[in-house]
Design a protein around this ligand. Structure first.
Ligand code: FEO
Length: 400
């Protein structure tokens, strides 16, 4: 238990060992935390729990530090197992305790945990008096699931924002001003790019709604990572920017190669793009972390995707990342394709179709090289890169 504000305590778990989240989908190089909070006023409220593997540790510490029977109400901001995963064990001990959640939250809890507890369904603006403080609920559907909501603690002005504004980032410290700012923003951006991008329109609408409430926000305590106490609105402003078709005007090249020909092409294409002054990053997908690459796609204006041909198709890592990019629904990015082939040569068309299906406008006809590129063909690749760079420049900053 760690006090984060007057009468408010962090009672979560720091998961130092976590390296993959959402099953095997999301890499967490710096671990993560599952943040749950207790507000100890005249009434005591527990907001969220922790992931299932930590349920015994969590409940035992909660019993020791707070006393389970002193908990007057439980708030479930979000059902997903990393936050709702200790509910069954908790509710075995205090089965009559009311659970405040959204309508969707109650439905999901029933489907996930196959239990029917004392649900109190809340909507935006509903409140619970704790004594000096008051909890105000704010529905936040799709941030990150349909059931999600935030809980604002009126009095100290603490927003318990659940997934929004979080980071998969385990640190000994609790607050944003105590940790390395570069690491913090790297993890916050990776989280946004890989999890929240498809919901960007909703993110902006929710931020507008939060601002319109015109209430003091002195601290934003998400359900993962560190708590924003130093200028907490900085992450809200950052989310607003990230949710607005974000890019940094750069190019990201992602490729797979079997015998190095597509790699040679990628490096020549990068040289061509940089010749017009656009910073370009190059990733071999077979050797790169896919979530880090997705973050680089998020930052780029131009996406070049390449693969050699295998079995009349493209290499599996390229296919996988194109599927991820499609699901994340990036907006306002342009792309093109290239790659080497031996005899059938389907790669460029497959990639171009996938880019278009992902909403990325293909602005340049792709290029192919048979077998191993000659010096002349590498010059053509360089020229292809230069023309792609010029396309990006022609779009201008007002395209952002
Ligand atoms: Fe951290 Fe959507 O769960």
């Amino acid at each position: 238990m760690h006090q984060i504000a007057e009468k408010i305590y962090w009672v979560g778990i720091k998961d130092w060992e976590l390296r993959l989240f959402h099953g095997e989908e999301y890499t967490t190089h710096r671990g993560s935390t599952y943040n749950a909070y207790v507000i100890k006023d005249e009434k005591t409220a527990l907001v969220d729990t922790v992931w299932t593997p930590f349920k015994e540790e969590f409940i035992s510490a909660l019993d020791r530090d707070i006393g389970l029977h002193n908990i007057d109400l439980v708030v479930v901001n979000h059902t997903e197992a990393d936050h709702g995963g200790s509910l069954t064990l908790l509710m075995e001990k205090i089965p009559e305790t009311p659970i405040y959640c959204t309508k969707k939250g109650a439905e999901m809890i029933k489907k996930y945990f196959h239990r029917d507890w004392n649900f109190k369904i809340v909507k935006t603006g509903d409140t619970v008096d704790l004594g000096e403080y008051k909890l105000v609920f704010i529905e936040a559907p799709m941030l990150h699931w349909p059931d999600s909501m935030m809980t604002y603690v009126q009095g100290p002005g603490v927003l318990l924002s659940n997934d929004a504004f979080g980071q998969h980032y385990a640190t000994p410290q609790f607050f944003n001003d105590q940790v390395d700012r570069c690491e913090l923003y790297q993890e916050a951006m990776k989280y946004y790019a890989n999890i929240l991008t498809p919901f960007s329109k909703l993110v902006r609408a929710k931020i507008d709604e939060l601002k319109a409430l015109n209430v003091p926000v002195n601290m934003i305590a998400p359900s993962h990572g560190v708590i924003w106490r130093d200028n907490p609105m900085q992450i809200v402003e950052k989310y607003y920017e990230w949710a607005n078709n974000y890019h940094e005007g750069t190019v990201t090249i992602i490729y797979n190669t079997m015998w190095g020909s597509t790699k040679k092409m990628a490096l020549a294409v990068a040289e061509g793009i940089e010749s017009v002054g656009i910073p370009t990053k190059v990733f071999n997908l077979g050797k790169s972390d896919r979530n880090d690459v997705v973050t680089e796609v998020f930052k780029a204006k131009g996406i070049l995707v390449a693969s050699s041909v295998i079995n009349n198709g493209i290499l599996s890592d390229t296919a996988a990342i194109l599927e991820m990019i499609k699901g994340l629904k990036f907006k306002n990015k342009v792309g093109a394709a290239f790659g080497s082939y031996g005899w059938s040569g389907e790669n460029v068309k497959i990639i171009e179709d996938a880019l278009q299906a992902a909403g990325i406008e293909v602005v340049l006809e792709g290029i192919k090289v048979k077998y191993n590129p000659t010096e002349e063909e590498l010059t053509l690749c360089k020229d292809f890169g230069r023309r792609f760079g010029e396309k990006i420049l022609s779009l201008g900053e007002n395209n952002k």
